[in-house]
Design a protein around this ligand. Structure first.
Ligand code: PAF
Length: 301
């Protein structure tokens, strides 16, 4: 696995990879991360490996996406352990770990924004500058690497949908792939921030997943009113002493609120377990659901 820290060298290396495509086409799959790698990241790398000949992973804790009162300084950093995991996976062609001065040199002033509701709602409501930081760093990484595909996790659904829109509208060649959330045995979505939880908080954290599961069951039993589902999720969270920042039912393409659970509906939530902010979501696809029900019925006949 090659390890690069300079943007110019990374650009040159990716360019060479692409030029070397020759008779057998070579594609580049890219997984952007902030390190503290866990099974969720590794599943993105595996997906990139399955669908491409070359895999590039970046690790950069991006200061532009943290507000002054957020956890930039506490964010877990363990490059040695990350490199070990990546080498063991035997899937990564190149690791890119630029320093802060490389990505944001003195006087840096160029930012990329998706300027619509999508970035202002849900996480954007309490973290107004967050997505500007995310779109800026990912745009820079895409400019340097120019991959064929970029892999993101569904746990950060709003981020993934915003980046998909950005990549399309700014004409990046990369196709954005959103991969399933990887969970612990008790359902808690894997996140680098889970490491902040005390053992007691770690026990209550799966309440978020359980509440989303209750929402799915309500819909399965015929509930279509988004507010009733949201109310029940909030009640379940409260029961477990987990504080909800938001619980919303939205269109997964636009992140705009929905009154009814119909077609594809994403239910997203952000909660606080102690001081740790966790997010999760589920996408309910009524069309798929109805098709499965019909199939089961046909089987039963
Ligand atoms: O999801 C993350 O880890 C980050 O937001 C990303 C996409 C690597 C940009 O810094």
């Amino acid at each position: 696995m090659k390890h690069i820290i300079k943007a110019a060298e990374m650009r040159e290396f990716a360019l060479k990879m692409r030029r070397a495509r020759g008779k057998q086409p070579k594609t580049i799959g890219f997984v952007p991360t902030m390190g503290a790698l866990h099974e969720g990241h590794m599943s993105l790398i595996e997906a990139a490996k399955r669908e491409n000949n070359r895999v590039i992973v970046s690790i950069f804790v991006n200061p532009a996406q943290f507000a002054a009162n957020e956890d930039l300084n506490e964010y877990p950093r363990n490059l040695k352990a990350d490199i070990k995991k990546l080498k063991q996976a035997k899937a990564v062609t190149c690791l890119f770990t630029p320093g802060e001065a490389e990505m944001y040199p003195e006087g840096y002033a160029s930012y990329v924004r998706v300027e619509n509701e999508m970035t202002k709602v849900l996480c954007g409501a309490s973290r107004p500058e967050h997505f500007k930081g995310v779109t800026t760093i990912v745009a820079k990484l895409l400019n340097i690497i120019n991959p064929d595909r970029m892999y993101l996790g569904q746990k950060d659904l709003q981020q993934a949908v915003i980046l998909k829109k950005m990549a399309k509208e700014l004409n990046y060649q990369a196709e954005v792939k959103i991969c399933p959330t990887v969970r612990g045995k008790d359902g808690l979505a894997l996140s680098s921030r889970n490491g902040y939880l005390t053992p007691e908080q770690r026990n209550s954290a799966p309440a978020l997943y359980k509440a989303l599961k209750v929402a799915e069951s309500m819909v399965e039993l015929g509930e279509r009113d988004a507010q009733s589902v949201i109310k029940e999720i909030r009640r379940k969270l409260k029961e477990e002493n987990v504080e909800a920042e938001y619980v919303e039912a939205v269109d997964p393409g636009t992140m705009l609120k929905k009154e009814k659970i119909s077609g594809k509906t994403a239910i997203l939530a952000a909660v606080f377990v102690g001081k740790t902010r966790l997010i999760d979501n589920t996408i309910i696809d009524m069309d798929e659901w109805n098709a499965v029900k019909k199939e089961n019925k046909e089987d039963a006949l």
